[in-house]
Design a protein around this ligand. Structure first.
Ligand code: MTE
Ligand code: MO
Length: 316
């Protein structure tokens, strides 16, 4: 069995609220209600965005560094989800009819107890809590998002990884009928991502099922997606159907498509440039001037120990 280390448990001030969060307004009595702040002008879709964001709530209006939440309208209206389109402001429209229910997540590989989790049971088995995380896209923009989710470690403990399991491999749904981008075989679908097992077991690593107090909308990776906040956004694979514990380092879609640009680790690091651009600064969506990018996206205290002795420039 995989042994848990104390470094895999993170103090809660990193993401504020660890209170169990039940989707729905009733659960919010007595806590700070924050309306998503969707101004008409920020919305890219006059329809769903308004409905979603009108009732959107978060328990805190900022992250642990004091950075404000990104307006709800931007979080759900500016997305990377290449299975639908590479146009960030179009994803919302193309994903509108996406069927994220019924949904199953199959967990297997090097485990003692392989299991298929029905999405309807996941919130009962793994109660969600709010986690406010920064998300830094490798392209140089960032957001602060109030997720609902639970630590991936809880799900992995259920299936009991064997001692041979060294990595976790994640796979997105493959369904070109629903995801027209998959008809273009420029990318090697399905989208695959991976984490080292100690990264996957780290308490900051969550499976997110919602944001702004509501279930994930399709464009954000419904019904369940990964969120490891110290890594570039592309690690955070959406609409997961399969999780496997494996011995060898998984090859991600991006490693396959552009190995010199995208490595396995993808830790946010202002000192390691992308071959085609600097990573020193970023544009926080909703802000006018750029801000400095922080090592490990500001989660250095929590995760730097995972990489002791690793050359971060070589292991990009
Ligand atoms: N399956 C899948 N997952 C994905 C992507 C994708 O195209 N397909 N894009 C990634 C990239 S590049 C980023 S920056 C984030 C964006 O998440 P968001 O749209 O919820 O902000 O999702 C990541 N996960
Ligand atoms: Mo990204």
């Amino acid at each position: 069995m995989y042994k848990f280390k104390s470094s895999e448990i993170t103090p809660e001030h990193i993401y504020f609220s660890r209170r169990r969060f039940v989707v729905g307004a009733g659960a919010l009595t007595g806590s700070l209600l924050f309306l998503g702040g969707c101004k008409q002008s920020e919305l890219t879709s006059p329809g769903e965005s308004i409905n979603f964001c009108e009732t959107a709530v978060a328990q805190n209006a900022m992250d642990e560094l004091g950075d404000a939440l990104t307006p709800c309208g931007s979080v759900i209206g500016y997305n990377n989800f290449y299975e639908f389109t590479t146009d960030k402001e179009e994803v919302l429209f193309r994903a509108r009819e996406f069927r994220s229910s019924p949904w199953e997540v199959k967990v297997g590989g090097l485990v003692n107890k392989p299991a298929t989790f029905d999405m309807d049971d996941i919130p009962k088995k793994f109660p969600v809590e709010e986690r406010i995380y920064r998300m830094r896209c490798v392209e140089g923009w960032s957001m602060v998002i109030p997720w609902l989710g639970f630590s991936l470690s809880k799900l992995l403990k259920e299936v009991e990884p064997t001692s041979r399991a060294k990595y976790v491999r994640f796979e997105t749904l493959y369904d070109p009928k629903q995801m027209p981008g998959q008809k273009d075989d420029y990318f090697g679908w399905p989208y695959v991502e991976g984490l080292r097992i100690d990264e996957a077991m780290h308490d900051l690593t969550i499976l997110a099922t919602g944001l702004y107090g509501k279930p994930l909308p399709p464009q954000c990776g419904a019904p369940i997606r990964l969120m490891a906040p110290w890594k570039y956004g592309f690690k955070n694979i959406k609409s997961i159907v399969k999780i496997d514990l494996v011995e060898e380092m998984p090859v991600s879609l991006w490693m396959k498509s552009a190995p010199h640009e995208y490595g396995f680790y993808a830790n946010v690091n202002p000192q390691v440039d992308h071959p085609r651009w600097s990573q020193v600064s970023e544009r926080r969506i909703g802000e006018l001037s750029r801000r400095r990018t922080l090592l490990f996206n500001g989660y250095e205290k929590e995760v730097a120990n995972l990489y002791e002795g690793l050359d971060l420039a070589k292991n990009y």
